[in-house]
Design a protein around this ligand. Structure first.
Ligand code: PLP
Length: 441
């Protein structure tokens, strides 16, 4: 058995932690993000070619879990969390193009993968504190529902969701507010970046932590990032078996958690070829990859709202993975897609191919179309991150017909929903958490 992999902070000023400790903590004590001391190398031949997504995940993640208290549970965690398909389907056009559908989980977005895996890990981690653990989650729309669904009615856990009021789709807002029981939704008078900052501040505040034991469930948590590698590993193995060669990906990108998982899978030695990042009008990453200095900024609202991020939190992990900035800019490309182009792509795909795309997936589809227009003949796979039914207010007018709603989403929409208003300040969240814990005590 290999020595256990240790986890360190991207900022280098926290002690090394075990996987279980890193997952329980969320953010490292120095404010950085946990990363493995080094990325292991995997042999593609180690995978069962006919295994399920959960089987692939258990093989892929074994070196990350080796020696940890969670190691023995890894196959069960994978089976419990990854119990839905992530199919790789051919697209009507261009020839060779595929779509990797990541939206067949309970809340109809890829965030279900990370949220369910994190929940399955946290359920098994020993806690010395008998008080309930509060999972704080900032969401630009999809994360909150996935985390709420993953922890709903789990004893000993409360979930508090912060979302930017008026900046999520009506169905997303309904989903966030429909759980009840141990889940509370806060609609924040601000942007997603405010929600994210407030969560980070609370997690770093010793006084708040002393009163209300907190953990995070944002894509900053390793427990979400690691399992997202599974569907890429699974798809590359399938691709190689059927088509040969590496899988080239276009990933709709906001906080950079999904795309980073694909890049890590490539670093592990599995056959991923090129990775392109498709962003919305929030151009922090496209500007950086065009050669500008990294300049985080306030997010602007777009149709692809789960990608309305001006300060992508996983950028620190990207820079840790690729310390040579020049090489990084050579290897990775990012493009910004305007709302007008998102609308055009959604309408055209519905009209010409009968394919319905969510606005996020449409950014990646737009990038594919630009590549084809530019004469690129590689076989690309567009990553589909949400079901179009979550964004019916955008998609239906463009498609000209209703979008069929998956059963799990329909059940959530049939329940009543509510959310508390909150000012966009760190103090307001602290006060809310303290008042609520006092009321519950
Ligand atoms: C969260 C989300 C994204 C962006 O993923 P990141 O990991 O933040 O880059 C894209 N599309 C949808 C539908 C999402 O919910």
């Amino acid at each position: 058995m290999n020595a256990p992999l240790r986890y360190v902070s991207t900022r280098g000023a926290s002690p090394a932690a075990s996987l279980g400790e890193a997952i329980a903590a969320g953010l490292a004590p120095d404010g950085g993000l946990y990363v493995p001391e080094s990325l292991p190398r995997l042999d593609p031949a180690a995978f069962d070619p006919h295994g399920t997504l959960a089987d692939t995940a258990a093989t892929l993640l074994a070196p990350f879990f080796a020696g940890d208290t969670l190691a023995g549970d890894l196959p069960a965690i994978c089976a419990e969390a990854l119990d839905f398909a992530t199919p790789l389907r051919p697209l009507a056009s261009p020839p060779g193009a595929h779509v990797l559908e990541l939206f067949h989980g309970p809340t109809a977005a890829f965030k279900d993968v990370g949220a369910r895996f994190l929940a399955a890990c946290l359920r098994r981690l020993p806690r010395r504190d008998p008080r309930p653990l509060t999972i704080l989650v900032a969401t630009s729309g999809d994360t909150g529902a996935a985390v709420a669904a993953a922890f709903h009615r789990q004893p000993g856990v409360r979930v508090v969701i912060l979302y930017p009021d008026g900046r999520v789709s009506p169905r997303q807002a309904h989903q966030l507010g429909c759980f009840g029981d141990n889940v509370r939704a806060l609609r924040v008078a601000g942007r997603f970046d405010d929600c994210q900052r407030m969560v980070k501040a609370a997690l770093n505040d010793a006084a708040v932590q002393a009163a209300v034991p907190l953990s995070s469930a944002n894509s900053i948590s390793l427990g979400r990032l690691l399992p997202q590698m599974s569907y890429y590993a699974h798809a590359t193995l399938q691709w190689r078996r059927v088509h040969g060669g590496p899988l080239n990906l276009i990933v709709p990108t906001g906080n950079l958690g999904n795309a980073l998982a694909a890049l890590w899978v490539r670093e592990l030695g599995l056959p991923i070829g090129e990775v392109q990042l498709a962003c919305n009008a929030n151009a922090t990453l496209p500007d950086y990859f065009a050669g500008d200095a990294y300049r985080p900024r306030e997010a602007v609202a777009t149709l692809a709202n789960a990608m309305d991020v001006g300060a992508p939190s996983n950028f620190e992990r990207l820079r840790w993975t690729f310390p040579d900035e020049h090489a990084l800019r050579q290897r990775l490309h990012a493009h910004s897609v305007a709302d007008a182009d998102i609308r055009q792509v959604v309408a055209r795909h519905a009209r010409e191919h009968g394919e319905l795309l969510c606005p996020h997936t449409a950014t990646a589809m737009h990038r594919l179309e630009r590549l084809c227009v530019g004469g690129d003949t590689a076989a690309w796979t567009v990553v589909a991150t949400a079901h179009p039914a979550k964004f019916e207010s955008v998609v239906e007018p463009l498609a000209g017909h209703p979008v069929p709603v998956p059963a799990a989403l329909a059940a959530m929409l049939a329940r009543p929903a509510s959310a508390d208003p909150l000012a966009a300040s760190d103090e307001a969240l602290h006060a809310w958490l303290l008042a609520r814990s006092a009321a519950a005590a």
